[in-house]
Design a protein around this ligand. Structure first.
Ligand code: NG1
Length: 391
């Protein structure tokens, strides 16, 4: 069942249609939509070939598309004052200063590389995924663009996974973000009312239906993620170091028993990084099994352990975020779960909260949490939503 905020999406469609009509003087032929996401559990496991359990949310991007009079691809961005771009979609990619333009050009280039020539089109983009909140606004835009172009040009034979790979290729090769596949895959493939268990080694997915009573709260700590490239890359390097030490291709292949038994002289820091990844992969598989059964108490405990492991072993949380998680956890007890989400070093907390506890959770956060950077705390209420579609 689709539990989305219907009005919010209708506003988005209206905004995309308006920009399209102003720019191109006619109504679009098709609207494509793709959602943002929040990761419920499975942190720093994707690049170790492990499991992740993200959930598409009811914030996303609409792309309105229609035929063009020329071979050019003409795009207008409703969120950037109807800024526009026009280019030959079959020419070599030329990087632009404005990031949204690189997304459009990158998707066109990735799609052309995959399917051959693509035709000109007019399109308008409107999104409502909060930016800089770790909710994957970029993946939502990339997948919506790919979906719109594929549908409009009647390109056949591409699965939802192919759309995700095209959007990931665009990020990696053209936008310049070395992201994994999690964000694009859940945006392309999620099912309504469900999180998506992704096996990052095989790209197999399984929808995990969420209890109807649960709301996802995403709380931005107010700490903008530091330009965290170096600690993030350092974590990746430590994981590779651990895999090499244990002589496995990736940490996915390491069991908890071997982690301990063959520890030998392994450096303590590298050991703890590996311990986080190995235990987090196990927690994510268990979480997927119990979430659909509605065993919230057990889920609560797994999310608690995930946060502690990210704090103590992987060392990517920050004191203010630990405090925020503790404050919410104390109130929720075993009625819901809470942990940091995303790469860490700032950013967001995710909480799974029964409907009747949403306000009681939000009120003390608003009243008592003091963001260290002085920015106001932002709270988003999200519902599990379906992936890319034509609307
Ligand atoms: P966030 O912080 O949500 O962008 C980052 C990585 C993910 C994953 C998580 C940690 C990018 C773009 N995303 O997510 O692939 O590794 O950290 O689980 O690098």
């Amino acid at each position: 069942m689709d539990r989305e905020n219907v009005q919010r999406r209708a506003d988005l469609v209206a905004r995309a249609a308006r920009s399209f009509e102003i720019m191109f003087g006619e109504a679009p032929a098709i609207f494509a939509y793709a959602p943002g996401r929040v990761n419920l559990i499975g942190e720093h496991t994707d690049y170790n070939d492990g499991f992740v359990l993200p959930c598409a949310i009811d914030y996303g991007t609409v792309v309105a598309i229609g035929p063009a009079a020329s071979d050019q691809l003409c795009a207008v961005a409703s969120d950037y004052g109807d800024d526009r771009d026009a280019f030959d979609p079959n020419a070599i990619f030329v990087s632009q200063k404005t990031e949204w333009k690189n997304h459009v050009r990158g998707i066109a280039a990735s799609l052309a590389a995959r399917t051959g020539m693509i035709q000109g089109a007019n399109l308008a983009i409107a999104g409502n995924v909060p930016q800089g909140a770790g909710l994957s606004s970029s993946a939502s835009m990339g997948v919506a663009l790919a979906k719109a172009l594929v549908e409009h040009q009647q390109i056949t034979g591409l699965s939802a996974t192919d759309l995700a790979l095209i959007a990931q290729q665009s990020e990696n090769a053209y936008v310049g973000t070395a992201c994994g596949i999690m964000d694009q895959l859940v945006s392309a493939k999620a099912e309504a009312g469900a999180a998506l268990l992704i096996d990052c080694r095989t790209l197999d997915t399984m929808p995990v239906y969420m209890p109807e009573d649960l709301i996802m709260l995403v709380i931005h700590s107010g700490i903008e993620r530091q330009l965290a490239d170096s600690p993030f890359n350092q974590r990746r390097a430590e994981c590779e170091q651990a895999a090499k030490y244990y002589d496995v291709p990736t940490l996915r292949h390491l069991t908890e028993d071997r982690l301990i038994a063959d520890r030998g002289e392994l450096d303590d820091v590298v050991f703890r990084r590996a311990q986080h990844v190995v235990t987090e992969i196990a927690r994510t598989e268990i979480a997927a099994n119990i979430l659909s059964n509605g065993d919230i108490a057990k889920l609560s405990e797994l999310m608690r352990q995930s946060h502690l492991s990210l704090r103590d072993d992987f060392e990517v949380t920050m004191p203010a975020i630990d405090d925020l998680v503790a404050m919410i956890g104390k109130h929720l007890g075993s009625r819901g779960g809470v942990r940091m989400t995303g790469g860490g070093f700032g950013g967001c907390v995710v909480a799974l909260v029964p409907k009747d506890q949403v306000q009681p959770v939000m009120d003390p956060v608003t009243a008592n949490y003091d963001p260290p950077d002085g920015r106001p705390v932002r709270i988003f209420q999200c519902l599990p939503s379906s992936g890319a579609r034509i609307i």
